[in-house]
Structures are given as structure tokens and as C-alpha cells.
Design a protein around this ligand. Structure first.
Ligand code: AMP
Length: 286
């Protein structure tokens, strides 16, 4: 695995790969890698000749300074894991490589109401930061395929909207949520939870499963009330649970009509914010 810290270094290598007609798959991450990230890498390896992984803890997408400061950065462990998984290139840029002083502004993306609900409502400025960093990384790497997780449902929806509205040639591939055996969605933030909290956090999955198992027979308000109760009785402090249209991300009142339905939640535990989601119905192609 080659480790590159500059845009030029990475681009020189990618140009050589392209000259040899290799397709490029790209997995952007913020590090503190886990099996969820590895599942994206495996899909990238199956779909492309060459896989580039970036680790960059993007300051512009954190709306709380302390969250940015406490974000885990086990770079040696991450590097070893990527080598072991046969990744071709690790891109480890500094903030000045990503955001040099003379950088042109990110194109304006019209998100309509995609960014006003759920994470957008609770994390002001977050998606502007995500669009900024993903646009910048795609400009540097210019991959054929971009691999992102369903774990961040609103994020991949917004990035698809960005790809639709810009002339970037990359295609987005969305990979399923990788969970522990007990249902807890893998997340870099889990590393900051105590052992007891990790057990409590499985109530997030249970609350989503409750919605999934009952959404054909129970109304929206009752589903959300019961799901909130499942989380609270386990010691979690839910910020929201929403049941939304998977395309528009707007709250659904009549769950029987929509063809693509997703339940999304954010919940606090030991001062750490965890997010998860579950697709309840998907009848049409995304
Ligand atoms: P992050 O390092 O948290 O920015 O995540 C990098 C990528 O990994 C994003 O596209 C996430 O959606 C994806 N990801 C994070 N957790 C999981 C998971 N448990 N399963 C699958 N993909 C994930």
C-alpha cells in the first residue's frame, strides 16, 4: 500500500493507473476504522481495479468543536488494517492540502428540503461541510466509483444530489449498514462508549426493528412513541426518530402510500451522538 500525503503525489499515481486503463474506486473516511469501513473497501475491490482510501477528519463538518477534538485518530492501527485488507493507496492529506488559501468555492448545490430535516435540522452547517469535503476529494481523486455507507442515509442522498448537479463523472455506490451481532451499527464513535453503554446502545437497533416489524399495522405517531420509549428505557436520550420518504427525506404521515420508506434516528449516550437507520420498504430502484 502506498501512503500519499499530497494531492500531487496521489494524482501522479492515479494518472499512471489510468494510463494502464485501471478503474478507480474511492472510499473517503474519517479514520478510526472498523468493519463497516472494511465492507465498503471490499465492495470497492470487487467493483474496481484500484482502491483509494482517504482518512481526513474534516473540520468543516463538525458543528461542535469538542466533537472534532475528541474524534478518535488511531492512525497506526488504521494504516495496519488498510494494508492487511490490500488497499492500494491511502491518502492522508493535511488540512492545507484539502483547503489551500486560494481554493475556489464549492459549487452551490440546490438541496431543496433534503438538508432541512433530521441531521440537517439538528446539526446546522454539517451538510455544507460534507459537500465541501466530498466535492474537494472527488476533484483531487476523480474516481470512477465512490463508495459510501447507508449508515449515513441523509449524507449519501445529499451526495447523490451533488453528483446530479455537478459535472463530476463519479458514480455513487451505497453499501449496506454493517452491524455487530447484537445489532449495534458499527461506528467510529462507538470506541468512545463504555462497555455498559455499548450494551445499552443496542436499544437503537431494537427501536428501529420495532418500527420495521409494526409499520404495516401501526400509525406513525404510535410507532415513534413506542420506539422512543424503547430507547429511553435503556438509558438513551433520543434526539429524534423520524419515518421519512427515502427519496425526499420528508416525514411521512401515511406510511402505506410511499414506495421508499426509511426510519432514521439520532440518540445520545455518555455524551456521544449515535445515528442509525433502517429501510422499511423499498419498492422502486434508487
Ligand atoms: P466515516 O469515517 O464515519 O466518515 O465513514 C466513512 C464511510 O463509511 C461513510 O460512507 C459511512 O457511511 C460508512 N460507514 C460508517 N459506518 C458504517 C457501517 N457500520 N456500515 C457501513 N458503512 C459505514
Amino acid at each position: 500500500m502506498k501512503i500519499l500525503k499530497t494531492n500531487r503525489g496521489l494524482q501522479n499515481n492515479i494518472s499512471k493507473e489510468r494510463n494502464n486503463k485501471k478503474s478507480i474506486g474511492f472510499v473517503p473516511t474519517m479514520g478510526a476504522l472498523h468493519d463497516g469501513h472494511m465492507s465498503l473497501i471490499q465492495e470497492a475491490q470487487q467493483g474496481c481495479d484500484v482502491v483509494v482510501v482517504s482518512i481526513f477528519v474534516n473540520p468543516t463538518q463538525f458543528n461542535e468543536k469538542s466533537d472534532l477534538e475528541k474524534y478518535p485518530r488511531p492512525i497506526e492501527r488504521d494504516t495496519a488494517m488498510l494494508k492487511e485488507h490490500g488497499v492500494d493507496y491511502l491518502f492522508l492529506p493535511s488540512t492545507t492540502q484539502i483547503y489551500p488559501k486560494n481554493l475556489a468555492p464549492t459549487p452551490k448545490i440546490n438541496l431543496g428540503q433534503l438538508a432541512t430535516t433530521m441531521e440537517g435540522e439538528h446539526r446546522p452547517g454539517h451538510f455544507e461541510g460534507v459537500i465541501q469535503v466530498v466535492h474537494r476529494l472527488l476533484t483531487i481523486v476523480s474516481p470512477d466509483q465512490l463508495y459510501m455507507g447507508q449508515k449515513d442515509f441523509q449524507q449519501f442522498t445529499i451526495i447523490q444530489a451533488m453528483l446530479n448537479q455537478t459535472n463530476l463523472k463519479t458514480q455513487l455506490r451505497v453499501c449496506p449498514i454493517h452491524r455487530q451481532d447484537d445489532g449495534l451499527a458499527m461506528s467510529s464513535r462507538n470506541a468512545r462508549l463504555s462497555a455498559a453503554a455499548k450494551k445499552k446502545a443496542t436499544a437503537i437497533y431494537e427501536s428501529l426493528m420495532y418500527i420495521k416489524n409494526n409499520f404495516m399495522t401501526t400509525g406513525r405517531d404510535q410507532l415513534i412513541k413506542e420506539a422512543l420509549e424503547i430507547q429511553k428505557s435503556s438509558g438513551l436520550d433520543p434526539e429524534y426518530i423520524d419515518i421519512a420518504d427515502g427519496h425526499t427525506l420528508q416525514s411521512l404521515t401515511d406510511l402505506r402510500k410511499a414506495k421508499y420508506v426509511v426510519a432514521c434516528t439520532a440518540s445520545w449516550l455518555e455524551g456521544i451522538r449515535l445515528i442509525d437507520n433502517m429501510i422499511l420498504r423499498k419498492e422502486d430502484e434508487y
